[in-house]
Design a protein around this ligand. Structure first.
Ligand code: UD1
Length: 334
């Protein structure tokens, strides 16, 4: 069964390709490598011993996307391709709306035209906005504070409306919490360009000595130690969540939180990283980051009940695997 994976060379996309191949699917990747590299897909093939067919195309290009649908009998599409930097989206809103919305429209129209009735969409917990955790799928969505979040909410809406109008479709809208870690081989992982915005890649750069210290954004939230709390999920657990969503054939659009269901503070994460990897992570407490919320974690009962999926790996696994990958990157000078 052929699965088209848009953005398959990205962080979550590449790990999902591994889970798909290991579950017996054939994988076709469409990626323009604007924020990734084609060699990641070579690593995916090395890890799995299976082939990935790759199209270097832009998913906003309808003609190029349609040609993939013509060339291959597709079972489903997993749509990851999109811009994802929250801060950048505030400075370049039109790029974000153009790229992220148009790609969803192009994929949805191609699916309709070629009767590919299953779509799994990469959404984000950011669509919940600043509400009390745990976040439950049927909560009203609040406007997010940035265009990136809006593109996720709008794309969800587009796919929901498509399902209302066309009952053949089965769409899973997956709201990710905070994906971290790397494949246990250490061959693929997260590759942010420049100075990382997210916590785990920043910690691994400090561990490596490339950055002097971690800046912890605020220590007076109403949390266990005052630092921000998030629901970190191992990227391989997240990858498996996509396979579970793919196998669920229920018609209509269905939203699922993919998280672990518990929160970890920044200081708890630093401590876990230090203990597991036996490395000191110097840090400073600095001002809150604008747009941050104090606490964000998932209610995961729906995914467990309907997809028969639960995250298996804990914070220590995430810290170990993230660091293993960072060391591998340094050794091969990626
Ligand atoms: C961010 C995005 C979210 C995206 C997710 C991907 C925002 C508002 N949200 O979530 O849309 O899906 O990344 O994983 O940007 N922290 C520090 N120091 C740092 C970096 C982070 O203290 O150098 C803290 C943050 O304040 C937060 C926690 O670590 O409490 C996690 O931050 P981060 O990894 O950036 O993720 P989110 O902001 O939750």
């Amino acid at each position: 069964m052929n699965i088209l994976v848009t953005g398959g060379a990205g962080f979550i996309g590449s790990h999902t390709c591994i889970s798909l191949l290991e579950s017996g699917y054939s994988v076709i990747v469409a990626d323009n490598f604007c924020n990734s590299e084609s060699k990641i897909l070579e690593k995916v093939m090395e890890i799995t011993g299976k082939r990935v067919i790759t199209y270097e195309i832009d998913v906003t290009n309808e003609e190029q996307v349609n040609s993939i649908f013509k060339n291959h009998q597709l079972e489903a599409v997993i749509h990851f391709a999109g811009y994802k930097a929250v801060g950048e989206s505030v400075n370049k809103p039109l790029d974000y709306y153009y790229n992220n919305i148009l790609s969803t429209l192009v994929i949805a129209r191609a699916c309709q035209m070629y009767s590919v009735n299953k779509i799994v969409f990469s959404s984000s917990a950011t669509v919940y906005g600043d509400q009390n955790s745990p976040f439950v799928e049927d909560m009203n969505l609040l406007p997010t504070t940035n265009p990136y979040g809006e593109t996720k909410a709008m794309s969800e809406r587009i796919l929901m409306d498509m399902c209302v109008s066309d009952s053949r479709f089965s769409v899973a809208l997956l709201r990710y919490f905070n994906p971290v870690g790397a494949h246990s081989s250490g061959l693929i992982g997260e590759e942010p360009r420049g100075i990382p915005n997210n916590l785990m890649p920043y910690i691994t750069k400090v561990a490596k000595g490339e950055l002097e210290n971690l800046n912890i954004f605020g220590d007076n939230y109403s949390t266990v130690d005052g630092t921000g709390v998030r629901d970190y999920i191992h990227v391989m657990d997240l990858a498996k969540g996509h396979v579970a969503a793919l196998q669920n054939k229920k018609n209509g659009a269905h939203v699922y939180n993919l998280g672990t269901g518990y929160g970890t503070s920044v200081l708890e994460m630093v401590k876990a990283f230090e203990e597991v990897n036996n490395i000191n992570i110097p840090y400073k407490i600095v001002d809150k980051r604008s747009g941050d919320i104090g606490v964000c974690y998932a209610d995961v009962t729906k995914a467990s009940r309907e997809l028969n999926w639960e995250a298996q790996q804990n914070i220590r696994d995430m810290c170990r695997d993230a660091w293993r990958y960072e060391k591998y990157r340094s050794s091969v000078k990626v």
